[in-house]
Design a binder for this molecule. Sequence first.
Ligand code: G3H
Ligand code: 13P
Ligand code: NA
Ligand code: ZN
Length: 328
Amino acid sequence: AFISLRQMLDHAAEHEYGVPAFNINNMEQLVAIMAAAEKTASPVIIQASRGARAYAGEIMLRKMVEAAVETWPSIPVCMHLDHGDKPATCLSAIQSGFTSVMMDGSLEADGKTPASYDYNVAVTSKVVEMAHAIGVSVEGELGCLGSLETGHGEKEDGHGAEGVLSRDQLLTDPDQAKDFVLRTHVDALAVAIGTSHGAYKFNREPTGDILAMDVVKAIHERLPNTHLVMHGSSSVPQDLQEIFNSYGGAMPQTWGVPVREIQLGIKYGVRKINIDTDCRIAMVGQFRKIATEKKAEFDPRAFMKPAMASLTALCAQRFEEFGTAGQA
Ligand code: G3H
Ligand code: 13P
Ligand code: NA
Ligand code: ZN
């Protein structure tokens, strides 16, 4: 059944677990994720970016997720807009059946320029007012995640898209977080703690000087009833990098967010964990493998089936690790 993010995360808080939010663009990703949710009896957040909505089309996305809910009736599903860039985008997602939207007012509508605090409060409040009127939940974001455009290994030094920002300027300020939630009434808050989107987060295994779990703790102390969200939470597992690279891939050695740090985050109030990159690598590693091993193969299903199995295995593992398993 469809449920709102608020309902899902209230349950997660009560029972002290986290829910992964997996990004989808197509039927195969959705089916593979749902198969893992079914196998582990987990609630799940299915999220679509603006890019995903442009790729699959509004109607196709909506009907696919409706089909998933009908196919797996025992699994609670939240359909979430990832990184809404402006109130109009959030409104169109709500009209299209999303049960939750993210208004990312940490950046201006160009998706690049760090926004002022007042701008963020204004656009986020506006979306909350619209969404809450009809039972849709809202995620806001405060602080600067590493830039999507930044190259390999640069973020931990604080070089964002706008040049050099100090580490403290990038991270969410806990006192400001409290003010932000009180003023906007968001259901969930994405915090910046040193992660970034994509595969190239860290050029070594991250430790406390890189990943600011202490900031999560400080925010949770000030906002014990606000659900926190970790973006950029792919772990970029070494074994998936190895499969990718064994079959002709050229992914430079990289490190993501260790699962044990996410588990620590869950102790500090993190309830939604955004994962896209791991899902991509899990699937495309298998495309590479089939393309290499079966050079005469041209049936797309021969590529899709192992790719889906690999994604299902990854998702099932995260449901177990985050304590989501058995909660559906
Ligand atoms: O926020 C980033 C997500 O991984 C979505 O990426 O914009 O390429 O769909 P995308
Ligand atoms: P990853 O790139 O680490 O998977 O993060 C995804 C994300 O935060 C989507 O909003
Ligand atoms: Na999101
Ligand atoms: Zn994100």
